[in-house]
Design a protein around this ligand. Structure first.
Ligand code: FES
Length: 81
């Protein structure tokens, strides 16, 4: 399994519309923080998010969270604290 690419060292706060969304876990998508299919061959598939109403979420952009797709503060280690 490859190590994901770090897109940013801070999370992305977005309001998700009701429905299905795919969070990019590999870091290669050009449509961050969402999947655009770039993960093919990396062994790092996207994570499915389903919401039934508009929902504000804090999505991980460093791709090092232990609680994907959500930021868990792990980016602080990458940003130098
Ligand atoms: S952005 Fe990845 S843990 Fe916060």
């Amino acid at each position: 399994m490859e190590v994901p690419r770090i897109c940013d060292t801070k999370p992305c706060t977005v309001e998700l519309e009701p429905g299905v969304h795919w969070w990019c876990s590999c870091g290669l998508s050009g449509h961050q923080p969402f999947c655009d299919g770039s993960h093919k061959g990396t062994g790092l598939p996207p994570k499915k998010i389903v919401v039934d109403k508009p929902t504000l979420v804090n999505l991980c952009n460093c791709k090092r969270t232990k609680n994907p797709p959500y930021c868990d503060g792990s980016h602080a280690d990458l940003a130098g604290g």
